[in-house]
Design a protein around this ligand. Structure first.
Ligand SMILES: Nc1nc2c(ncn2[C@@H]2O[C@H](COP(=O)(O)OP(=O)(O)OP(=O)(O)O)[C@@H](O)[C@H]2O)c(=O)[nH]1
Length: 96
């Protein structure tokens, strides 16, 4: 997640990527059909010990959630459902 969001916002991959602790924030200005859009990305920690504590709170009031997994690790894909928001389901009626 860190490498992807860093590439999108900074234009290059980071030379080193340490494990995210809690949440990192990045943003990028986009031009969508002539309209300026500020894309704000919250890069949440993938490690279980950080995820349980605070990451769930960042699901609130977001427009989209991207689940990223490692194609070389089937476990990282099957574990994705563990990351789904567990609280206030009424705020997620648009989930596909
Ligand atoms: N080979 C390869 N390695 C990658 C790729 N993307 C990331 N990595 C490596 O995988 C490791 C983890 O990358 P991160 O982007 O920090 O992963 P993350 O999902 O943000 O991890 P957490 O911060 O723990 O949630 C780093 O050592 C990266 O260099 C990729 O596309 N190919």
């Amino acid at each position: 997640k860190t490498c992807l969001t860093h590439r999108l916002c900074a234009g290059e991959f980071p030379c080193r990527a340490d494990a995210t602790i809690g949440v990192d924030f990045r943003e990028r200005l986009l031009d969508v059909d002539g309209e300026k859009i500020k894309l704000q990305l919250w890069d949440t920690a993938g490690q279980e010990r950080f995820r349980k504590s605070m990451v769930q709170h960042y699901y609130r009031n977001v427009h989209a959630v991207l689940f990223i997994y490692d194609v070389t690790s089937p476990a990282s894909f099957t574990g994705l459902t563990c990351n789904l928001p567990q609280e206030e389901p009424q705020q997620h009626e648009n989930v596909i």
